[in-house]
Design a protein around this ligand. Structure first.
Ligand SMILES: [Mn+2]
Length: 429
């Protein structure tokens, strides 16, 4: 396990590549906010993915300042960390020392967070531009500004004549393609995910609470030093038709299906996998029929996720097959399609989501759906069919690595064929 831990050379290289892309000005990144839960309790802290990618530092209240053209070499890379406070450390444990921070990040100049403004004053004299890492996704709505945004506002007020630019797209571009060490971590997260899913398959039986099965997955992650990459979906019966069902508070009933969409995160790298099991260990005829349709769509999609093709192209190519399978299942007819409202295609009613997303430090990692795929990209293949009136929601999802000539499934040790699934489940009867 030790050898899998990313080392500082990874982060040194990432910073080097970023400063090559940005070329001028000063880049400033802040660590993730620590979020109050209730009373005096905080949510478990998880470092901002970009910050981790460039530093390896997991500690809050950290700042990275890059001034690549500074003539004073000690100014080129500065990592700010919290000043150790014996009182705080007595309660909350040891903080990083400067030498530990150097060891992890490979940044040679370590300062304390409280020194930021003094250093900024020096930096402001040698650069005209500050690059900030503010989230750019228009889909992402946050209720209050994040640290990177608050500091942008504060520093802009201090230096109103400087230029302010967005560095996030450069970091995102770097994250599109994964290095070997990143792939090794995703592979490991995938292995833990598969074990967790198998554990669920063995424990699943009629009348078991979804929550118990969630606990089985969490158990597998925790004993393997992994976290949950996202809130797992443990959805029995019609719950599976609620795409982001994460309550997991129902009871699994005999005769129904159980959809599990879960992923482990190992050293900040995620995996993502979905399987659909029959609660009592045997698919009914109709369930198997729908299952085989999803499996066919999966196989046809996975075959097409290749270097040179874009996710969007694959999704377009696969739409007719999805329609065909829907019709075979009797969900609608050719005539229904002819008279459908083009802005609300029937196929979207039963298969509403896309079949792929990028994956890495984030379960939904940066990436462009329209760009040709390249070796080193990691993504999912995850078609689904949802028929609420029949209490059927089926999705099959694997994590895939794009290779030179095709792709490699990283979660392939988890069965997908109906009879294989039945054979790994809790003994029947
Ligand atoms: Mn997914």
């Amino acid at each position: 396990m030790e050898s899998l831990t990313p080392d500082r050379n990874c982060f040194i290289r990432n910073r080097l590549l970023l400063t090559r892309k940005v070329q001028y000005g000063a880049i400033i990144l802040f660590s993730a906010d620590s979020m109050l839960r209730n009373g005096d309790q905080f949510y478990p802290y998880r470092q901002n993915s970009d910050f981790y990618y460039l530093t390896g530092i997991e500690q809050k209240n950290s700042i990275l300042l890059l001034v690549p053209h500074a003539s004073d070499t000690t100014m080129r890379e500065i990592l700010f960390i919290e000043k150790p406070d014996p009182k705080d450390e007595a309660w909350n444990g040891k903080k990083l020392t400067p030498s530990e921070a150097i060891e992890i990040s490979g940044v040679d100049t370590i300062r304390y967070t409280e020194e930021l403004d003094t250093i900024l004053q020096q930096v402001s004299a040698i650069t005209e531009t500050f690059w900030f890492n503010v989230p750019t996704s228009s889909k992402l709505k946050v209720e209050f500004p994040l640290k990177n945004q608050r500091e942008l506002k504060r520093i802009r007020e201090m230096y109103p004549l400087h230029k302010y630019e967005q560095v996030s797209r450069y970091i995102q571009e770097m994250r599109f393609r994964k290095e070997e060490w990143e792939i090794a971590l995703i592979r490991h997260a995938s292995a833990i995910t598969v074990s967790g899913m198998k554990r669920i398959a063995q424990k699943c039986r009629p009348d078991i609470p979804e929550k118990f099965l969630e606990a089985e997955f969490l158990h597998e992650c925790t004993i393997n030093n992994a976290r949950l990459a996202f809130a797992p979906i443990i959805a029995s019966g019609a719950n599976a038709c609620t795409l982001h069902y994460t309550e997991n508070r129902d009871i699994c009933k005999a005769g129904s299906l159980l959809l599990i969409d879960a992923g482990a995160e190992f050293w900040y790298y995620a995996s993502d996998c979905t399987r659909t099991f029959p609660v009592d260990g045997r698919f009914t005829g109709r369930q198997k029929e729908v299952y085989l349709s999803v499996l066919k769509i999966y196989e046809e999609s996975a075959k097409r996720l290749l270097p040179g093709k874009s996710m969007e192209e694959v999704e377009q190519e696969i739409r007719p097959l999805i329609e065909e399978e829907h019709q075979k299942l009797g969900l609608y007819t050719k005539n229904d399609i002819a008279s459908q409202n083009p802005s609300e295609p029937l196929s979207k009613r039963y298969s509403p989501h896309g079949i792929s997303h990028f994956l890495g430090l984030d379960v939904h990692d940066p990436g462009e759906k329209t760009l040709p795929l390249e070796p080193g990209m990691v993504l999912t293949c995850e078609p689904g069919i949802y028929i609420p009136v029949e209490n059927i929601g089926i999705r099959i999802e694997n994590t895939l690595l794009i290779t030179q000539n095709g792709n490699q499934v990283l979660t392939d040790s988890l069965p997908m064929m109906p009879d294989e699934i039945e054979s790994i489940m809790h003994p029947k009867g």
